[in-house]
Write a protein that binds this ligand. Structure first.
Ligand code: SF4
Length: 372
């Protein structure tokens, strides 16, 4: 096996994220095990995935990408048999539990997609029944999407930007509506018709900071995508100005921006926040140094302090330091007729009392006040 090829195509795959619990720590165990990344599975467990590109040959011209057709780099390509053998070797040695496969796109999109699908087909034929995530290339035909979904646990089309104009700025070869949204719609339609197709659903990925799109633009788009196409998860990849790309001199985003987007997305999807409750500046961006829940609390001090022994679960979830599990534990105790009177008791329930203190009362007494 050509180790150089594996190193380059494994390294190239690091920009396709599969880890949202530790954003930015999409660990690449380079050197010893090229192509192996620690990831979070759909049920939240950490697993090692073999994450690699079929090829870095690409006819698209995404300005942020080193594999763009404009780049003068050496091009490599795996055959489906090479790649499936390599995966099975890693799998049999227990280095990896699943596969995350993407590819550069040739002019004939379907032929590139077909090669990805062939890898999955060979693996299933060889009896591998573990996790396969196939990246659907923008513009792939309906029939190939269906075939990919019949073999993969999860599929994804990268949206890259929140708006058609944003994508136009980044690439002259991909069409936001036709190549991306329409494919997401097909995936959703196929999933609804047959839940066995890609049973873990579809995800997508944004490049954050390559254009002027704001956090508000991005989060509104993620909400629309999950409402319309049941996108299970949006990943936020921080734009990284790479040498020898047209955006090499473009400044990268604040290092915490992607993490703040994950936190805000989580508030919207799991904590019952609405987009109007998030705090944006006049440019539609969140404060990078403060997490969005804390920012909400500081901007809504009239809602606090909240009496822990009386607040509803929805109210508890608005308190910094109180998560879903601890909010439910508080409610369960209350149903049993038990009252919480000390911070230590809250701590035992998993509350980060340091963060929560200024926003709560216990048995009508304030715990602390914020020094602003
Ligand atoms: S489609 Fe765009 S992002 Fe993907 S490999 Fe080609 S140039 Fe890079």
């Amino acid at each position: 096996m050509n180790l150089k090829k594996l190193k380059i195509l494994g390294e190239s795959a690091k920009y396709d994220l599969c880890n949202y619990i530790y954003p930015g720590i999409d660990t690449y165990l380079s050197g010893k095990f090229p192509g192996i990344y620690t990831s979070t599975s759909p049920n939240g467990h950490c697993i090692n995935l073999f994450k690699v590109l079929m090829t870095n040959k690409c006819s698209n011209d995404c300005k942020y990408c080193i594999n763009s057709r404009r780049s003068k780099l050496e091009r490599y390509e795996f055959t489906p048999h090479e790649l499936s053998n390599l995966f099975l070797d890693y799998y049999n040695k227990r280095y990896v539990e699943g596969l995350f496969l993407s590819s550069g796109a040739s002019k004939d999109i379907d032929s590139s997609m077909d090669r990805e699908i062939e890898v999955a087909r060979i693996l299933r034929e060889q009896g591998f029944d573990g996790y396969i995530h196939l990246k659907i290339l923008p513009g792939t035909s309906f029939d190939l999407i269906k075939r990919a979904m019949s073999l993969a646990n999860r599929v994804s089309v990268n949206i890259e930007s929140a708006t058609p104009n944003g994508l136009e700025e980044l690439s002259s070869t991909k069409n936001f509506k036709m190549d991306i949204l329409r494919r997401m719609k097909w995936i959703n339609r196929l999933s609804k018709k047959d839940p066995d197709l890609a049973p873990s659903g579809q995800t997508t990925q944004f490049i954050v900071g390559a254009t002027d799109e704001s956090d508000e633009n991005i989060l509104k788009r993620t909400m629309r995508l999950s409402d319309k196409y049941e996108i299970k998860r949006s990943y936020f990849s921080s734009f990284n100005p790479l040498k020898d790309t047209p955006l090499e001199n473009h400044q990268g985003p604040h290092p915490k921006r992607a993490a703040r987007l994950y936190q805000a997305d989580f508030l919207l999807n799991s904590y019952g926040f609405s987009i109007d409750e998030l705090v944006f500046d006049q440019n539609g961006n969140m404060e990078a140094e403060i997490d969005p829940k804390y920012s909400f609390a500081l901007n809504n001090m009239d809602l606090f302090p909240l009496e822990i022994n009386e607040a509803s679960v929805e109210e508890l979830l608005k308190v910094p330091g109180i998560g879903i599990i601890s909010a439910n534990k508080i409610i369960t105790l209350r149903k049993r007729g038990l009252k919480i009177s000390k911070l230590e008791e809250l701590k035992k329930l998993g509350v980060s009392t340091k963060r929560a203190e200024p926003f709560i009362k216990l048995n009508k007494s304030y715990q602390s006040v914020l020094s602003m």
